[in-house]
Ligand binder design. Structure first.
Ligand SMILES: *[C@@H]1O[C@H](CO)[C@@H](O)[C@H](O)[C@H]1NC(C)=O
Length: 341
């Protein structure tokens, strides 16, 4: 494009040289010859400029190609996007599904309007596809909670000040350290406890890749001071016994965090089994309810809803979704009535 414009410019200059020669009435031969040489020199300059423009154009095109490559979706993301609907999915895909009011939109001053749910679901998708769950840490220990929920859970724990937290799903230990850090600000070691349970499995390898500076949870002093680790499934008698002993010793309030195996049967069973330990006015946090639509099958969200259908002592506390973005939508379950005696 630049070169074609440049050639037009060169022709224009050539005809300018011709008309300049025609406009010299007094000393036609000498002046016209001088003008011709001058025009020739100028044309050489123009050619040099055109060459420079061409080089710059090539450089600009190369840079633009680099920019395009940077913002283009990775092969993995493209593969996810290209997945056909159907396949092994067991849940009819509902493209109109919305975790917030479907009519809620946000208008931006760039002239665009998008659905709030698309912002939230879009971020859920980013969080999974780009493995953002492995990017965070707390006191040097890897933590897979997103920053928005982290603040909300902090507020919840500070409000309730639980003596016992039943932490289902230790994984690499970040949540346990996060809970312990908060606990250490209102209870001395030996006054409150986190019972953290994890089924025997290998820790996420991705975690190590994305957080090379993260340290092992065992190196953190809070682990020894506040955390009782039980390497068992949540419903195993050892886990239940540890929880009951902790409640016996420290009393309440009790918070239960359901953040283990994120499949419907496990989450539903955990809600049924552990809700009774949650003290009145405290919470059972059913985590990662976002997964139902990301994985397109009944998961933690349906488990929470089904649990609530059969238990009117708990309600969804929507005030915990104050930042709009949450990975636990409909999962902050508040006990509003004690267990019937
Ligand atoms: C139970 O907790 C709810 C919510 O905090 C509160 O409104 C209610 O008064 C409590 N009930 C009892 C019996 O403590």
């Amino acid at each position: 494009m630049f070169l074609r414009g440049g050639a037009t410019l060169a022709f224009a200059l050539l005809s300018l040289g011709t008309s300049a020669r025609a406009q010299q009435p007094h000393d036609p031969g000498h002046v016209a010859g001088g003008a011709h040489m001058r025009a020739g020199a100028l044309l050489m300059q123009v050619e040099a400029h055109l060459l420079a423009i061409g080089t710059m154009q090539a450089a600009i095109q190369k840079t633009m190609a680099e920019i395009k490559a940077l913002v283009a979706p990775s092969a993995a993301v493209a593969a996810v996007a290209a997945q056909p609907a159907g396949g092994p999915q067991v849940w009819p895909l509902d493209p109109a599904s919305s975790f917030v009011s479907a009519a809620d939109v946000v208008q931006m001053n760039n002239g665009r309007t998008i659905r709030v749910d698309d912002v939230l679901y879009g971020y859920d998708s980013l969080f999974e596809q780009r493995h953002l769950f492995s990017a965070g840490s707390w006191l040097g220990v890897q933590l897979q909670q997103d920053p928005q929920d982290l603040v909300v859970i902090q507020q919840l724990i500070w409000d309730i000040k639980p003596k016992v937290i039943f932490d289902i799903g230790t994984n690499v230990g970040g949540s346990a350290i996060f809970f312990a850090h908060l606990m250490s600000q209102y209870a001395k070691p030996g006054e409150a406890i986190i019972v953290s349970v994890e089924r025997p499995l290998s820790p996420t390898r991705q975690a190590k890749a994305l957080c090379p500076k993260c340290t092992s949870v065992a190196e953190n002093p809070l682990w020894g001071q506040y955390v009782q680790f039980v390497q068992q499934t949540s419903e195993h008698p050892d886990s239940v016994a540890a929880l009951e002993a902790a409640i016996q010793k420290f009393g309440g309030p009790v918070v239960v965090s359901v953040d283990g195996w994120h499949e419907y049967p496990e989450v539903f069973a955990e809600c049924k089994l552990f809700h009774k330990y949650v003290t009145n006015g405290s919470y059972m946090i059913v985590q990662d309810t976002k997964l139902d639509r990301l994985f397109n099958k009944p998961g933690p969200r349906k488990a929470a809803h089904d649990f609530l259908d059969g238990n009117s002592n708990f309600v969804i506390d929507k005030s915990k979704e104050i930042f709009l973005y949450t990975q636990h939508s409909d999962g902050y379950l508040l006990r509003v009535r004690p267990e019937a005696a």
